[in-house]
Design a protein around this ligand. Structure first.
Ligand SMILES: C[S@@+](CC[C@H](N)C(=O)[O-])C[C@H]1O[C@@H](n2cnc3c(N)ncnc32)[C@H](O)[C@@H]1O
Length: 431
């Protein structure tokens, strides 16, 4: 790397990766804001761009705040903790607007917001025994580095999990295979938490006793993952097959799930997001609704409360099992769930004929393959929940070419302080 010493830089704009950029775009500085003059330490250089982290700010922006987390400057988990939350929302709304151009919705929706700390119910934490420190670190990777950030707590993790970091470091440090645990996944429901501990060597009896007492002491379920995702199994408590749970009280729904199932990261925002999607679908008792990428039925069951029938489709057979379980536990009878690869060129969706409204909630790659399916003149209204404004914009253009109008759009603050931009857009057939 050409640059090793701290540099004095003036920041011109903020980019989608959480960096303030110099006017020539050559220097990308974490922890800086437009208009600021900063001193920054180079971290790495990639192609022609130098990545740095702010170490001093000469003229703080009016949008700057003190980060809640002492590791915010180096931890790769969050990128905008140094920015007022209102400014984060404005910035993300601006990104959505920019991506959608030249399309412009007829109405901008107010952001769906929730708590900005203690919100994160899912996290994949890196684990590493660090020889130099003589102890185990558990946390997110540092910005632009492969090191695990040295933290003792993580204020964005939900509930008591924020304070699990130090106990987890001590737990792994005490295991006979402390150097062979690369990752711990956290998955929480409204009440309970599960930890999936990935390990490359078998645990001995003493290790299992340590894991068992950790499970008792912190009230967490412990799953082990010795190999691929299919090897995940719960070890503690070892009494019965338990699930994690979350609820959507507005719809009188309780959902059960396994820690490896997809569930929305921010359960408080999820409750509002589902309500927003249901409102935008403008549901009528005669409606038939297709919930594409339905997961465990998060939107499907809420929608089913107000319509004649719902068809949910999703690629993961395990999620569809859970969706069926959840429909039966909640006594929702007007919904069917199918395992379908919706990225397939022309997906066959059993029961699709005659459905008049669609909810899309695809992965980052978007829903391009479904655009043909949505050409059906029966489809009057599409609500698109997106975790990637780029693919949303691409698909939005296709929907508009097919005769839909982009009626409204807005962001969903699913991941405060991170670069993640979640959004929702409503498309209606013209006329
Ligand atoms: C953003 S999640 C939405 C899940 C659900 N709507 C919810 O709110 O919990 C995207 C879902 O798409 C599913 N998925 C990914 N690729 C898929 C594909 N090719 N076909 C169908 N579903 C897919 C994932 O398993 C995941 O459940």
């Amino acid at each position: 790397m050409k640059y090793r010493e701290p540099l004095d830089l003036t920041i011109d704009t903020l980019n989608e990766d959480g960096c303030g950029l110099s006017a020539d775009g050559q220097f990308a500085v974490y922890g800086s804001l437009p208009g600021e003059s900063v001193t920054a330490q180079p971290l790495t250089q990639k192609r022609k761009k130098v990545f740095l982290k702010t170490i001093a700010v000469k003229n703080p922006s009016s949008e700057r705040v003190e980060p809640h987390c002492p590791a915010a400057a180096s931890c790769g988990g969050c990128s905008y903790q140094h920015m007022k939350h209102s400014a984060q929302l404005e910035f993300k709304s601006g990104l959505l607007r920019k991506h959608l151009l030249p399309l412009e919705p007829l109405e901008w929706l107010p952001p769906v917001t929730g708590p900005t700390l203690g919100y994160r119910s899912k996290a994949r934490l890196g684990v590493r025994y660090v020889e130099k420190k003589g102890r185990v670190l558990v946390g997110f990777r540092e910005k632009q580095k492969s090191y695990i950030t040295d933290i003792s707590a993580c204020p964005v993790l939900s509930g008591d999990n924020a304070d699990l970091i130090t106990p987890l470091q001590e737990l792994v440090g005490a295991l006979s295979v402390a150097r062979s645990v690369p990752q711990i996944e956290v998955a929480a429901g409204d009440e309970e938490t599960a930890l999936i501990i990935r390990h490359l060597e078998p645990f001995d009896q003493h290790d299992l006793e340590l894991l068992s007492s950790f499970s008792d002491r912190y009230g967490v379920q412990i799953f082990l993952q010795p190999g691929g995702i299919k090897t995940i199994r719960r070890v503690f408590p070892d009494t019965q097959d338990t699930y994690l749970e979350y609820s959507l009280p507005k719809f009188g729904l309780d959902f059960r799930f396994k820690p490896s199932d997809f569930t929305q990261v921010n359960l408080a925002v999820n409750r509002q997001m589902v309500a927003r999607a249901v409102e935008l679908l403008d549901l009528r008792p005669t409606d038939g609704v297709f919930d594409a990428f339905c997961g465990i039925g998060n939107f499907s069951l809420a929608i089913a409360r107000s319509v004649s029938r719902v068809v949910g489709a999703e690629q993961s057979a395990e999620s569809i099992d859970r969706a069926r379980l959840n429909s039966s536990l909640n006594a929702v009878e007007n919904v069917t769930f199918e395992v379908v690869d919706l990225q397939d060129d022309s997906p066959e969706i059993p029961g699709f004929t005659g459905l008049n409204k669609v909810l899309l909630d695809p992965p980052r790659s978007g829903a391009k393959a479904l655009m043909k399916v949505l050409e059906s003149p029966d489809v009057e209204r599409v609500v698109y929940v997106s975790c990637n404004p780029e693919t949303l914009a691409r698909d939005a253009k296709m929907l508009v070419q097919q005769g839909f109008t982009l009626r409204s759009a807005g962001i969903i603050d699913m991941f405060p302080h991170t670069t993640h931009v979640e959004s929702v857009a409503l498309f209606c057939r013209q006329g």
